[in-house]
Write a protein that binds this ligand. Structure first.
Ligand SMILES: NC(=O)c1ccc[n+]([C@@H]2O[C@H](COP(=O)([O-])OP(=O)(O)OC[C@H]3O[C@@H](n4cnc5c(N)ncnc54)[C@H](OP(=O)(O)O)[C@@H]3O)[C@@H](O)[C@H]2O)c1
Length: 375
């Protein structure tokens, strides 16, 4: 272990500027129930970009500094500044998860048991070389699993599993998922195929349809097709899906989904009711890929809910026993069901190059970056 520890931070200043930079910080000392993990791999996911770019307009981004120590600045539109006031002037560490080797451990048995092990970690600030975390925030990876394979063990795997558990807990029998060719969407397909759950995938491009069908997905509908509404309704009639998860948010997709559910449910009803069907239809919005307004065109009666869905809140509702079994499944199936793939590996400095930012900032299918902070 060296004395050098570097982290990537995101700062918003009073003059409406975002600054992304590398910062030298102290080497952490673990408390009794903590371990220090040498972070060897950390994914760049949309949720990380939310912290990293915040509300900045990245089209205005400029790079300065040196090759080893790049600095990115970008403008934050004035209308967003009031909602960011708790961030102003604070260098916020970036990175929700990652994996690496435990190089120092506190005195508790649980911490000592992890010494030398490869673990995945969850908890703000993984885009750094050495991270100190509580043992509860670690997932011990199976022997032979590499840090790169385990880097995305929490955010996407647990969210995909939480969707399935939420479907079960809330009494639905099939799921509709949007932006379904995402990393998370591919995991959800593997879970649903393995567990015999009907999953309707909504994608927006032909190649995404092919990708999911080649994985064995039975229901894939394309929102760019003229037949989208008819195709979605037909798939809902076949599966009985009454719950959806949409990471896009802005626009009217969740509204379209609720309307298709209602059409499917009421298809054989002969008597008109101004209140619609009494079958409860749930639309969860779990991302902000489109930051525009959410539009609801209400032709779906009164038995419906549109709610936010966040992993940590969902885990709280599902309870410790379910969460422990979800974590166990992830550790066992991290190279199969929950495998992530990355198109580029970049050092902390390379992650702050305009060229990299332009690529991973697109959040496009199959364009995921992995940060390797030791490089
Ligand atoms: N709420 C939570 O707790 C939670 C937890 C985990 C993940 N998430 C969310 O889950 C989503 C997926 O994460 P990921 O890591 O799996 O993503 P990813 O692999 O980077 O894929 C992103 C996907 O979104 C699509 N996309 C991007 N912008 C879009 C838009 N405006 N309209 C429609 N589709 C769009 C992309 O398709 P194209 O190639 O067509 O652009 C791509 O398939 C993210 O939004 C993330 O924030 C939320």
């Amino acid at each position: 272990m060296t004395d050098k520890n570097i982290q990537l931070t995101s700062t918003i200043s009073e003059d409406n500027k975002l600054t992304l930079a590398l910062q030298e910080i102290d080497m952490p000392q673990p408390g009794a129930d903590e371990v220090v993990v040498r972070i060897e791999a950390a994914p760049l996911n949309p949720s990380d970009l939310g912290v990293m770019f915040s509300a900045a307009n990245m089209a205005t981004a400029v790079q300065s500094g040196t090759d080893e120590n790049p600095v990115i600045t970008a403008d934050v539109p004035a209308q967003f500044m009031p909602s960011l006031k708790t961030r102003v002037g604070k260098a916020t560490p970036v990175g929700n998860e990652g994996a690496g080797t435990v190089v120092a451990a506190g005195s508790s048995d649980a911490a000592q048991a992890l010494m030398g092990k490869t673990v995945a970690v969850i908890g703000g600030g993984t885009y750094r070389q050495y991270h100190c975390v509580n043992v509860q925030s670690c997932l011990e990876l199976k022997e032979g699993t590499t840090a790169k394979e385990g880097a995305s063990s929490f955010v996407n795997p647990l969210t995909a599993l939480a969707m399935v558990e939420t479907m079960r807990a809330e009494g639905h029998k099939a799921i509709i998922h949007a932006a379904a060719a995402s990393s998370l969407g591919q995991m959800l397909n593997r879970i649903c195929i393995a567990d015999g759950i009907d999953l309707i995938n909504i994608v927006r491009r032909d190649e995404q349809e092919t990708l999911l069908r080649d994985m064995g997905a039975k229901y894939v509908v394309n929102s760019s097709s003229d037949n989208f509404i008819a195709d979605l309704t037909a798939a809902i009639i076949e599966t009985g899906a009454t719950i959806s998860f949409d990471p896009i948010g802005g626009g009217q997709l969740s509204s379209d989904i609720l309307n298709c559910m209602e059409t499917a449910i009421t298809r054989d009803v002969e008597e008109y009711s101004v209140y619609g069907s009494d079958t409860f239809k749930q639309a969860y919005i779990y991302g902000a890929l489109n930051r525009g307004p959410i539009t609801l065109n209400r032709n779906f009666g009164f038995a419906w809910g549109v709610n936010g869905f966040l992993l940590f809140n969902a885990l709280g509702k599902l309870g410790t026993k379910t969460v422990m079994s979800m974590r166990k499944r992830v550790a066992e199936e991290i190279t199969t069901t929950f495998a992530s793939s990355y198109t580029h590996e970049v050092s902390l400095a390379e992650a702050l190059k305009l060229q990299s930012i332009a690529a991973y900032g697109k959040q496009a299918t199959g364009e995921k970056y992995l940060i390797t902070p030791q490089a």
